[in-house]
Design a protein around this ligand. Structure first.
Ligand SMILES: *[C@@H]1O[C@H](CO)[C@@H](O)[C@H](O)[C@H]1NC(C)=O
Ligand SMILES: *[C@@H]1O[C@H](CO)[C@@H](O)[C@H](O)[C@H]1NC(C)=O
Ligand SMILES: *[C@@H]1O[C@H](CO)[C@@H](O)[C@H](O)[C@H]1NC(C)=O
Ligand SMILES: *[C@@H]1O[C@H](CO)[C@@H](O)[C@H](O)[C@H]1NC(C)=O
Ligand SMILES: *[C@@H]1O[C@H](CO)[C@@H](O)[C@H](O)[C@H]1NC(C)=O
Ligand SMILES: *[C@@H]1O[C@H](CO)[C@@H](O)[C@H](O)[C@H]1NC(C)=O
Length: 807
């Protein structure tokens, strides 16, 4: 959740060393100077909020002339004069007797001076409490101000006019110009776009505000204003304002706000408490950022932002881009992940004459990956994956091919705009020299469910569901802010900041949760582990619902076990899982606080009055499969759910399936298996091995998933009474229909499904594989997702229970 970013941010902003800098706060008179050295003097604003002076760049004997937040431990830099040209030690900043501000090196060579100073006589300089450093004349008019020489950050009260730009920096600790700009265009749009360095040629934007009106010019934007309450607005010529983000902020009297064009291309607004109390966070917390999914939004024929050439982009739980080199490639600049990747070994068409390609190369598969730009040199269609792979292997020009929906595209290097996302169907095939291939082959890990396949660990950031992720992000950030705010007001918190950060969770007092649920009044549901109540947290103008689970069984188990389970749950981040926000652990009172899901359970959705839409049902089934796969294969500790059923799947406001109650059954280390005699599942869904005295593993969830997939397909319960009051077992009935080739019976009056028989058959076959009595015959959840999505073929399943009468 958002708090996880704190640690990351802490790292980010500690890059310039902290010094104990002596300070002077009055107006700065002509003839004053500062010298670049460790612990040198700085000019402070009257209330000490900001300081202006030299800051040493970490690990270098070079200095930045900068403005920073001086009261917070991070000493976050918000403006820098000489990012492209850092000053050596001993350089001097002078406000000369005739009113010139200059930064010069040892030999008096000029390093920096302010641009576009208005004509007039400078009488003094001043560091203001807004963060603006100004040169003023006798009347107090500003002849120059740092607010008008923009870098990567804007502060409250600052205004951007048409044509003015923010520039990102290279990396967190390199203040040279980076590859992104934000500009208010003359037509009134606020745009974010990558640039080609060093010329700053602008590529296609990856974000643009809807504030241009070609018909009525007065309705076009002309300013980006960061107003004094902390809101960023585009102001139109007719005076109307468009909030950049529709979000209520905590009061600016308690928080510092800044908005920065970060080096990864995201424009982000951050908040920092002015005086952190116990239990509050002590770093910059991101409140929102644009765009929603930079991996998809940044495209165009030129450049390869946000990730460099030959890498691919996926977004993390905080919607930040993560750039990864393709297998067989390595980073050009290890200090800058956005710099792109080079081929470790260039293949030559000469060598193929001498030896067979299969002796030199292997094809490596990267699923759910493709390139937005179409730098193809060949398209073969129809062609399946194996043939595509073979074709690329035998083509000495081909390094990468993509197979998608029956087509095989061979690609030209360098590759730009590579994207990896669970909702993508494309599979990338990469030709690797055999020497490179042995290192890390995700294909070989498929058979090994315990191993973590980091290469394919894509948590969030769907093309289709991006908006729900976006909302989650805000929601969590809001919750965090709201809670921390409430806590601060009370001045009495039971948890220290460090333990909150470690567990990545908020810790609540029982009293607070009692209050939030109005004395545990509204029950949302009852599960195997306890009762869930609806809670409400309101503060200022924002109100958020939460689901609070009061655990009863777990209370008897050990303190340590509870902590371990909770922290393992907290480390999960996937868009198909319900997110844990916090917990309460006061003796017998053990509670978990989750996001509230507005659309109820899958059970009520499926078995309600009207039959839900076929395609929506399929999307839900796919989402659940991905969520379970994540729990099985991609968590640091494998989580077996043990009770997959429609009652434990919730639907959020965009009807995305979200698995709940995971992690409560039993946590497993990757190579351990459960040997519990107590059946943890629910009748109708539990795998047969629960009834035998054999070890339990992740395949129990595959079984339950298979049953549930059939329920989703047929909109019928796994166990139902027929007219003669006899129990009808859904799995048996489906297998009968499958055997008799009468699958249309399964979806009798479902027009959409009947028009989609091929897919229906594939889904039924996948289900039958999942409900095999022999756990070892059941596919892994990874395989299940691949079969569902059509990435791999589904073979004809055997009879699920070979010793029963249905076979
Ligand atoms: C700085 O100088 C201006 C103009 O002379 C004056 O109005 C202001 O009060 C001075 N501020 C401080 C902190 O001395
Ligand atoms: C910042 O990066 C640029 C380009 O990558 C490099 O030329 C420059 O030396 C770096 N500056 C510092 C201070 O490391
Ligand atoms: C953009 O704004 C106009 C009115 O200013 C509105 O009609 C239109 O729907 C908006 N488009 C989007 C994509 O929000
Ligand atoms: C700042 O902008 C918000 C809208 O984004 C508005 O509600 C608020 O009144 C503005 N505050 C000031 C001081 O202008
Ligand atoms: C902004 O948020 C408020 C409250 O969350 C909502 O009522 C309003 O419709 C939203 N406005 C827009 C333009 O999204
Ligand atoms: C904050 O925590 C420290 C020790 O952790 C304690 O001494 C102090 O009293 C606490 N302050 C408040 C306001 O709770």
């Amino acid at each position: 959740m958002a708090l996880s970013l704190l640690l990351h941010l802490l790292g980010l902003f500690l890059v310039v060393e902290r010094l104990s800098i002596a300070a002077q706060t009055a107006n700065i008179s002509l003839g004053s100077s500062l010298t670049a050295s460790q612990g040198s003097f700085a000019w402070q604003s009257p209330f000490g909020t900001f300081a202006f002076g030299f800051r040493r760049i970490v690990d270098q004997d070079l200095f930045l002339l900068a403005i920073w937040y001086d009261k917070i431990p991070d000493k976050t830099i918000v403006w820098y004069a000489n990012g492209d040209n850092p000053a050596p030690k001993g350089s001097k900043l002078e406000l000369t007797a005739d009113g010139q501000l200059t930064l010069t090196g040892h030999r008096s060579q000029e390093i920096w001076k302010p641009q576009s100073v208005l004509s007039g006589r400078v009488a003094y300089a001043a560091m203001l409490d807004t963060g603006n450093f100004v040169l003023a004349n006798n009347n107090g008019d500003y002849l120059w101000q740092s607010f008008k020489e923009l870098k990567d950050t804007v502060l409250p009260t600052q205004v951007l006019e048409i044509g003015e730009k923010l520039n990102s920096r290279q990396t967190a600790n390199n203040f040279s110009q980076g590859s992104f700009q934000l500009q208010l265009k003359s037509d009134g749009r606020l745009v974010l776009y990558p640039i080609a360095l060093p010329t700053a040629f602008a590529y296609d934007p990856y974000y643009q505000s809807n504030t241009s009106d070609v018909v009525d010019e007065m309705n076009s934007g002309y300013q980006l204003s960061f107003n004094e309450s902390g809101y960023l607005n585009v102001v139109r010529r007719n005076g109307d304002i468009d909030k950049l983000i529709n979000k209520t902020l905590l009061p600016i009297r308690d928080y510092y706000y800044r908005a920065t064009l970060d080096s990864d291309g995201l424009f982000t607004q951050y908040a920092h408490p002015k005086s952190p109390k116990n239990g509050s966070w002590t770093s910059w917390l991101p409140i929102w950022s644009i765009p929603e999914n930079i991996c998809f939004e940044a495209k165009g024929d030129l450049g390869s932002a946000p990730c460099g050439y030959n890498s691919y982009c996926r977004i993390d739980a905080n919607r930040r881009p993560i750039c990864e080199c393709l297998p067989g490639f390595s980073s050009l600049d290890p200090n800058n992940k956005l710099s792109g990747c080079k081929q470790n070994r260039i293949q030559s068409c000469d060598e193929q004459g001498k030896s067979k390609p299969e002796d030199l190369y292997v094809m490596h598969e990267l699923s759910n990956t493709f390139w937005i730009t179409s730098a193809n040199f060949e398209q073969l269609q129809p062609m399946n994956k194996d043939d595509c792979s073979r074709s690329c292997l035998n083509d000495c020009y081909c390094v990468v091919a993509v197979v998608r929906e029956g087509s095989c595209w061979k690609k030209k290097l360098p590759l730009s705009h590579g994207v990896q996302d669970w909702n993508l169907l494309g599979t990338a095939l990469i030709k690797l020299p055999k020497s490179d291939a042995s290192l890390d082959d995700p294909l070989s890990s498929q058979s090994n469910t315990g191993r973590k396949d980091r290469k394919t660990l894509i948590l969030v950031g769907a093309l289709l569901l991006g908006s729900s992720v976006f909302l989650n992000f805000f929601f969590v950030a809001t919750i965090s802010l709201v809670f921390l705010y409430t806590y601060q007001k009370r001045h009495n918190v039971t948890t220290s900041t460090s333990s909150i950060m470690e567990a990545n969770l908020l810790s609540f007092r029982y009293k607070d949760l009692e209050e939030a649920t109005d004395g545990f009044r509204e029950e949302l549901g009852r599960g195997a582990f306890g009762t869930v109540y609806k809670g409400i947290i309101s503060s200022l103008s924002s109100t958020n619902y939460v689901a609070i689970k009061k655990l009863d069984k777990v209370a008897q188990e050990g303190e340590k076990e509870f902590k371990a389970e909770v922290s393992a749950i907290a480390r999960t981040h996937h868009k198909n899982l319900v997110r844990l926000l916090g917990f309460c652990d006061e003796g017998a009172n053990k509670l978990l606080v989750y996001e509230f899901m507005s659309n109820g359970t899958l059970a009520s959705f499926l078995f309600g009055i009207s039959r839900p839409d076929w395609n929506k049902r399929i999307q839900i089934a796919f989402g659940i499969a991905r969520g379970i796969m994540y729990l099985h294969e991609e968590c640091s500790t494998q989580i077996i759910h043990c009770d997959i059923k429609p009652h434990n799947i919730l639907l959020d406001d965009s009807f995305t399936a979200r698995i709940s109650d995971f992690g409560l059954a039993k946590l497993l280390l990757s190579d351990q298996t459960l040997t519990h005699t107590v059946i943890r599942g629910t009748r109708g869904y539990v795998a047969p091995e629960w009834f035998r005295n054999v070890p339990i593993n992740a395949k129990v969830d595959v079984y339950s998933y298979g049953v549930m997939l059939l329920e989703i397909i047929c909109c019928r319960r796994s166990l139902e009474m027929d007219r003669e009051n006899e129990e009808v077992i859904l799995t048996d009935w489906v297998y009968d229909c499958y055997k008799a080739k009468t699958l249309n019976k399964l979806v009798e009056d479902d027009e959409e499904a009947r028009n989609d028989m091929k897919r229906l058959e594939r889904l039924v076959k996948v289900s039958i594989w999942c409900i095999q009595e022999d756990p070892s015959l059941r596919p892994t959840m990874k395989k299940v997702t691949q079969m569902l999505e059509g990435v791999v073929d589904v073979s004809v399943p055997p009879c699920p229970s070979p010793f029963s009468s249905i076979c």
